[in-house]
Design a protein around this ligand. Structure first.
Ligand SMILES: [Zn+2]
Length: 368
């Protein structure tokens, strides 16, 4: 039997734990994923070996890609590729883990190293390799952090939203079909209100896309921005995809240009957040990838079980509740299965209520 005194101290301890969880400035969370965007380009910009391999005629130095993105050091190269991300976001507002040359690593816990298992690990907080082992359009057996937050924060469907370039998000991101707002693949955006967005919604199906199940990131981003402005979601997942699809096709120019476009989109999103009283100073952003890819000219296009380099990913954090800036150094390895719990922790919510097996919040972000 529990004594009166220990009951009292237990109550105090619980009250303390609850208030410790609640002491955050974050009221909204935004998750951004760039499909298969390698650590090599994120931290080092243009990969000269790939460019040399791709240059069939003339000198590498004369190629448009070299002129646009080459510089002597990795820091200068990545600044050319992602000027807003490195020059503003990581300098003044956030931090990034996963640069192994600085002794910081981020890894998947799933051993599949392709998209469905990666996104499922991100969104449910748990790898599930015996069941989630293909990209087939199968309903996720586990509930996602989107579904959990909607229930926990008593939100309506528009306030928890995912906009994705890849259509399989309709199966990955919710266990219960129709639980949250998901707009993915070449799906029309039914809630479109502005003339532009209505036109884009039509155009995305009329304009030929190189891919059956993936639309251009431009459409995904425009729909997400309109939704953000109009419905002010508490959780938004912006799932961009072109960095993966162009790479599969071996098109290094479009792969790098996709990184660069995504960087411009980060700026547009950030500028909007700063202009909005609902979001400014109250929004935490986590940016990551579903999987890496190969490290050589032979396999940079690829990922999956035969490409173990693809288990290395990166993760960036921009939050009013974290003072960390720039690159993580000499840090403990963190894992993809910690994303869901970290998003919830920012909101003062304990994700283990939804899934006891899920990874824990990333402690470095919350230690003073
Ligand atoms: Zn892929």
């Amino acid at each position: 039997m529990i004594s009166k005194q220990s009951f009292l101290s237990l109550t105090l301890l619980l009250a303390f734990a609850v208030s410790a969880l609640a002491q955050t400035k974050t009221e909204n969370v935004i998750l951004i994923t760039l499909d298969g965007a390698r650590t090599q380009e994120m931290f080092g910009g243009l990969d000269l070996d790939i460019l040399k391999d791709k240059t069939r005629r003339g000198k590498v130095e004369d190629s448009a890609l070299y002129k646009k993105y080459w510089a002597a050091t990795p820091e200068e190269r990545r600044m050319k590729l992602l000027p807003f991300f490195w020059g503003t976001l990581m300098k003044d507002h956030g931090s990034i883990a996963g640069n192994r040359s600085l002794n910081s690593a981020v890894m998947t816990t799933n051993k599949m190293w392709f998209s469905y298992p990666g996104y499922s690990e991100i969104l449910t907080g748990q790898a599930n390799d015996s069941v989630i082992n293909s990209n087939d359009r199968k309903r996720n057996p586990n509930t996602s952090v989107l579904e959990f937050l909607k229930r926990k924060l008593k939100l309506n469907k528009t306030q928890v939203a995912l906009f994705g370039s890849w259509d399989v998000f309709n199966w990955i991101a919710e266990h219960e079909e129709g639980a949250v707002t998901i707009n993915a693949g070449h799906e029309p955006y039914e809630l479109a209100a502005s003339a532009d967005t209505k036109a884009f919604s039509k155009l995305q199906t009329e304009k030929l896309s190189p891919w059956d199940s993936v639309r251009f990131d431009y459409f995904t981003f425009e729909f997400a921005m309109e939704h953000l402005k109009r419905y002010q979601p508490r959780m938004l997942h912006l799932a961009l995809g072109e960095t993966d699809d162009w790479a599969h096709g071996g098109d290094y120019t479009h792969t790098l240009d996709s990184f660069h476009r995504n960087d411009q989109q980060f700026k547009q999103l950030w500028d909007y957040l700063q202009s909005s009283p609902k979001y400014k100073g109250k929004t935490s952003i986590l940016i990551t990838i579903d999987h890496g890819r190969g490290n050589t000219i032979k396999d940079w296009t690829d990922h999956g079980e035969k490409v173990p380099e693809a288990q290395y990913i990166w993760m960036a954090f921009v939050s009013p509740d974290s003072q960390l800036r720039g690159e993580w150094k000499d840090a403990e390895t963190i894992y993809q299965n910690q994303v869901a719990a970290t998003l919830c922790r920012w909101l003062g919510i304990d994700y283990s209520e939804n899934n006891r097996q899920a990874g824990k919040p990333i402690s470095r972000l919350f230690s003073k």
